[in-house]
Write a protein that binds this ligand. Structure first.
Ligand code: PGA
Length: 259
């Protein structure tokens, strides 16, 4: 049984005060949820990491960052290392989000370096993969997924791959209000799992947690997470409010537990 994982990607939203307020609201909302049944992860901006870590320290919520650099330290102005993320209280880090690929020149090569650095330091990478609308319409969805996975995870051992999380995020569904249908999500997730079986082992593939991301909201969370190969969600917009994110977690949990 794969443990579901739902993460909130706060993107470039929330000042420190606002982040503390949201984290407190979520801590209250989730206090009855058993941490052994689901991983709930909050990914605020760097400036709020340690404050949010303090708020959730005695809770069942975990902390993640939205990016990382691959060196431990050095003259790399503006970057933050895995050592520093651990120091701030992170257990997870999002890597290769499509917004980083689109606006900040993230490539499979940089994703790969970041993933290796994260696992080396015991951070769980949430590796984002997914096609644009143009690529989907050209029938290239699976090619893109294969390229992102084989490039982003190149050179990792089976053991390392078994620890990471993949987020399938069709770019056309991110922040657009257009969600992939549950059938489209399941098809892509199954492709990723089959690919992992071919690249690694059946066991690695069977244990791999694959989140869906792209306009997940309370109304569609259950249907998407009921799909057999969908193990959770990476939530952007709807993670910025305590009531919508907690509703997504509650519905996701029910959808996964019922199975
Ligand atoms: P969205 O973002 O839920 O706002 O579509 C998801 C993401 O980018 O991770």
């Amino acid at each position: 049984m794969r443990k579901p994982i739902i993460a909130g990607n706060w993107k470039m939203y929330k000042t420190i005060t606002q982040a503390i307020e949201l984290a407190n609201g979520l801590k209250r909302a989730f206090f009855e949820i058993d941490a052994s049944s689901i991983d709930i992860v909050l990914c605020p901006v760097y400036t709020s990491l340690s404050e949010v870590a303090e708020v959730i320290a005695d809770s069942n919520i975990k902390l993640g960052a939205q990016d990382v650099y691959w060196q431990d330290e050095g003259a790399f102005t503006g970057e933050v290392s895995p050592v520093m993320l651990k120091d701030a209280g992170c257990g997870y880090v999002i890597i290769g989000h499509s917004e980083r690929r689109q606006y900040f020149n993230e490539t499979n090569e940089t994703v790969n370096k970041k993933v290796k650095a994260a696992v080396k330091h015991g951070l769980v990478p949430i590796v984002c993969v997914g096609e644009t609308l143009e690529q989907r319409e050209a029938g290239k969805t699976f090619d893109v997924l294969k390229d992102h996975i084989s490039g982003g995870l190149a050179g990792l051992t089976e053991d390392e791959v078994s620890k990471l999380v993949i987020a399938y995020e069709p770019v056309w569904a991110i922040g657009t209000g257009k969600t992939a249908t549950s059938a489209q999500a399941q098809e892509a997730h199954k492709y990723i799992r089959d690919l992992a079986a071919a690249l690694y082992t059946k066991d690695v593939a069977g244990g791999m947690r694959i989140q869906y991301g792209g306009s997940v909201k309370p109304e569609n969370a259950a249907e998407i997470m009921q799909q057999p190969d969908v193990d959770g969600a990476l939530v952007g917009g709807a993670s910025l409010k305590a009531d919508s994110f907690s509703e997504i977690v509650n519905r996701g949990l029910k959808a996964k537990v019922k199975k």
